[in-house]
Design a protein around this ligand. Structure first.
Ligand SMILES: C[S@@+](CC[C@H](N)C(=O)[O-])C[C@H]1O[C@@H](n2cnc3c(N)ncnc32)[C@H](O)[C@@H]1O
Ligand SMILES: [Zn+2]
Length: 271
């Protein structure tokens, strides 16, 4: 796999600290090693994606091991998929790199590429995992060639099925982690007067086949206010909560919360 130029789609080559394509477009590598391949017109805001405070809260929460069963299951799926030969994996909406760290440790021969629309996510992930490849890019305009990935992962990330289908090799796998209906129900209940259940409807294009759905459900007991505050601050619910509600939640010392993930395993059919 290589990064492709977002302007003309030609391959980019790294010369010193500049990525260059055959048509003379250049994209500078940041000192942490990631490259910004998001064009101005692909942004819907000045600073898209999760902000630094959300990313650092997510890192703090995840490092406490609360989602370890998901990280282990994902790494295990990938170990099984890569058993026969080294492969190329692209993680879309990689965040600060928690799951890629697990995946890389369990699968050292895997070539791993990650994109996120938030510059701070690419920066944090690249700093943590300097041997992997990271770019700032949108899930709607993946800066990689057609049929170049054996495995795509999306963990609570926005998806474009058209782009995923374009980039996957035929017979390639997509591991799609998404919330089950009851995920974080109690937290949402504290914020919304009528917390809705997550929808798990699925409409797939003909090019993708669902092979399995693996639920991961457990009850998580958070018994200190800093973990509860970190959980709130890493979720989009934070932005829906009034200051008063945020303070009320931040003052809790104990919260038992339903974890409900689904890992969908999909395969790209030959077209
Ligand atoms: C809920 S977080 C999940 C991050 C990571 N996968 C994890 O589970 O720790 C969603 C991530 O998607 C990124 N994101 C949002 N919109 C995006 C887009 N259009 N393209 C790529 N990434 C996007 C955000 O910046 C954020 O890092
Ligand atoms: Zn170019």
């Amino acid at each position: 796999m290589y990064w492709r130029c977002p302007v003309c789609h030609s391959p980019l080559k790294l010369e010193n600290t500049t990525y260059r394509c055959a048509n003379g477009h250049t994209h500078d590598q940041a000192k942490e090693g990631y490259v910004n391949l998001l064009l101005a017109h692909q942004k819907k805001s000045l600073d898209p994606g999760d902000n630094k405070a959300m990313l650092l809260s997510r890192r703090l929460f995840l490092e406490q091991g609360h989602y370890q069963p998901l990280a282990d299951a994902l790494a295990q799926y990938i170990t099984e998929l890569t058993a026969s030969r080294p492969q190329v994996l692209l993680d879309i909406g990689c965040g600060e790199g928690y799951y890629l760290n697990h995946i890389a440790q369990a699968n050292p021969a895997l070539s791993i590429w990650g994109i996120d629309i938030a510059r701070d996510a690419a920066r944090l992930a690249a700093k943590r995992l300097p041997t992997l490849h990271f770019a700032v890019a949108s899930s709607a305009h993946l800066p990689v060639a057609d049929e170049s990935a054996d495995i795509i992962t999306t963990v609570f990330a926005p998806i474009s099925e058209a782009e995923i289908t374009r980039v996957l090799k035929p017979q390639g796998s997509w591991l799609w982690v998404r919330p089950g209906t009851k995920h974080l129900y109690q937290l949402r209940d504290l914020i919304y007067t009528q917390a809705r259940l997550h929808s798990t409807d699925l409409k797939l294009p003909d090019t993708l086949q669902l092979l399995s759905t693996h639920p991961i459900q457990y009850s998580l007991n958070l018994n200190n206010s800093s973990s509860i505050a970190a959980l709130l601050a890493m979720t989009p619910y934070y932005w829906s909560a009034s200051l008063e509600t945020q303070e009320r939640i931040n003052q809790l010392n104990q919260l038992t919360i339903q974890i409900d993930f689904q890992i969908l395993q999909l395969k790209k059919l030959n077209t």
